[in-house]
Design a protein around this ligand. Structure first.
Ligand code: G6P
Length: 579
């Protein structure tokens, strides 16, 4: 969702900020803007893509500036609602991520006191509040304003009267990059990486002042020290590296990702709570939820541990778990629903564990213990390598709990993932790209694999796709089957095989073309389906991974064939920071 970037140093700020905002495009946005301190506050903001409108912004003057990519919540995406926003006299420019929940009341009071509002946003109230509080010190003014705000915010504020940026954070990510005679502020490390790997992750309630020569951080009004962390993500990871899309690059990175991510957890470092929980609840959203569902099958089957998996957004409507370990899976570490669910679990005294990809992300401040899954930055909106990394961590957890009986399997899994990357999927793509609707089916752990395959397809190709437990299709969706609704069946040689074969025959009998993922050499399956995609003969854990990778590739190539904006699908955001 929204992204912010700030710069103070010796360089012209605008190009640094535009470049930084482009690095944040992956989060999803509908408008953008920049403000610099030049002759007064200079502002340029537009609805639409940065690449189409960046030219005018590049002419802004000054070496101090702030920028924003907006994903509309309060007010339509247009030039006026785009950030930065200012006060009545253009003395303060601000950008904001998050939601000011009490903005309506604040706005009423401010209007009653004579303030004029230009936008429909919640953010603009902050500029007017600073206008009221400012005497001669921007830091003090912001410190006085933040206690009046309810909700979430990462704020950057500038004023032509001061040579600094003031930043504030509450429940919305904000990282400060420390350069040589320059500071950067951003929603995550991706815009900062090419300048410095030294970073400070602000805490909720922090207000910071960044001048060219120093940073001062306060928690409320008290000065505090925050550690400087070294972030070892490589800049190359944030580039396409010759691939047509980030998504394809990230799919191809998965053998290495899996290999690295199983090491995110080892016996010595495994947090005590993850070693042998008596029962587990997993809370997550989107693809992470599917990773949770797959983990449930593996953990229950292999370790005998009961696992419930809930959409994080629904967790609050269930009675609290009594004493189970609650695991929050979230690649971004910022998904509002997952954070809320973990807070709720904590309020019921449940031990909590987070699995995330982002160092310093909000989830690591909430959970008792955090496992960082080491997937490197994922830029494409559709989760691929972060999903495989989540599975790597969860499979390793199952392995450690079950006396390491799968170590060899996990250590060699990357080879099989590598083998399927070059699969020829042209026939399957030709079938899918004409479809209005596609069903994905599987049984056991392959049922959530089918959910993830369908999610990938709908996210990036815009074709309606549904994952179903194969046995459930006859309880309703059969009414929709025809020659125009392909079914993608995942049919592996385990105890679900016989039932899957029967289900596939039932679907064929209703006229649906069936594309099957199975194990190479499976003549019985190949004979009854329209298109057979053979996968290497491997352990079940690895079959889960290889079938997922093939489904990612199928979605990718179908979306490309349809000319979709693969990395930035319409209406979606990479990190959803509102409930
Ligand atoms: C968004 C993304 C999905 C992601 C979901 C959960 O909807 O578009 O790809 O799976 O959020 O994100 P998280 O960061 O919590 O894993």
């Amino acid at each position: 969702m929204c992204g912010i970037v700030g710069y103070i140093g010796r360089k012209t700020a605008a190009p640094v900020i535009i470049n930084g905002l482009q690095k944040l495009e992956y989060r999803g946005y509908d408008s953008f803007g920049i403000a610099t301190i030049g002759s007064g506050i200079e502002i340029c903001k537009h609805a639409g893509r940065i690449s189409e409108n960046a030219r005018s912004a590049l002419h802004l003057n000054g070496t101090i500036g702030i920028g924003h990519t907006r994903w509309a919540t309060h007010g339509v995406p247009n030039d006026i609602n785009a950030h930065p926003h200012t006060d009545c006299k253009n003395r303060f420019g601000i950008v904001h991520n998050g939601i000011i929940e009490n903005y309506a009341e604040l706005k009423r009071q401010l209007i009653a006191r004579g303030h004029r509002f230009l936008s429909e946003t919640d953010t603009e109230v902050v500029a007017h509040l600073i206008e009221e509080e400012y005497t001669d010190n921007l830091l003090s003014a912001v410190q006085s304003v933040v206690p009046k705000l309810k909700g979430s915010y990462a704020l950057l504020v500038i004023s032509p009267e001061e040579q600094r940026i003031v930043a504030a954070r509450n429940a919305s990510p904000l990282v400060i990059g420390i350069g040589d005679g320059e500071y950067f502020a951003a929603s995550d490390m991706t815009p900062i990486l090419e300048h410095t790997e030294r970073a400070i992750f602000l805490e909720d309630g922090d207000v910071a002042s960044l001048s060219r020569t120093r940073i001062e951080i306060y928690h409320g009004k008290d000065p505090v020290d925050r550690p400087v962390e070294l972030v070892d993500w490589s800049v190359e990871d944030t580039k396409k590296g010759g691939f047509a899309h980030y998504m394809l690059k990230e799919i191809y990175e998965q053998p290495l990702t899996f290999y690295n991510s199983i090491r995110a957890l080892d016996k010595e470092a495994t947090p005590a709570i993850a070693k042998k929980p008596s029962s587990v609840a997993i809370v997550a959203c989107g693809s992470s939820y599917h990773a949770g569902l797959i983990s449930k099958y593996l953990m229950e089957e292999t370790c005998g541990i009961p696992v419930r998996v809930e959409f994080a957004s629904e967790f609050k409507y269930f009675p609290p778990p009594v004493s189970c370990l609650v695991i929050g899976i979230t690649q971004s570490g910022e998904t509002a629903d997952t954070l809320t669910a973990l807070k709720q679990a904590k309020s019921h005294n449940c031990p909590t564990l987070a699995i995330t990809n982002v160092l310093g992300s909000s989830v690591s401040r909430i959970a008792d213990t955090t496992i960082f899954m080491r997937a490197g930055p994922e830029i494409s909106v559709a989760a691929t390598k972060s999903f495989v990394a989540q599975l790597a961590v969860m499979m390793q957890m199952v392995n450690l709990i079950s006396n390491e009986q799968f170590t060899k399997v996990l250590l060699h899994a990357h080879r099989a993932i590598d083998d399927v990357l070059l699969k020829d999927l042209s026939d399957a793509v030709a079938t899918c790209k004409q479809a209005q609707s596609i069903f994905y089916v599987g049984r056991g752990a392959f049922y959530p694999v089918s959910l993830e395959g369908a999610l990938k397809m709908k996210e990036i190709s815009y074709i309606h796709a549904e994952g179903y437990a194969a046995g459930e299709l006859k309880h309703g969706p059969f009414a929709l089957l025809s020659k125009d609704t392909p079914v993608i069946a995942i049919c592996m040689p385990d105890d679900t095989y016989g039932a899957m074969i029967s289900n596939i025959k039932e679907m064929k009998a209703r006229g649906a073309p069936v594309i099957a993922l199975g194990i190479e050499g499976d003549g019985e399956l190949a004979d009854i389906v329209d298109i057979f995609i053979p996968l290497p003969k491997t352990h079940k854990f690895v079959q889960i991974l290889t079938s997922l990778v093939v489904l990612q590739l199928l979605a990718y190539h179908t979306a490309v064939a349809l000319g979709r904006d693969v990395d930035k699908p319409r209406n979606l955001a990479k990190s959803v920071t509102v409930e």
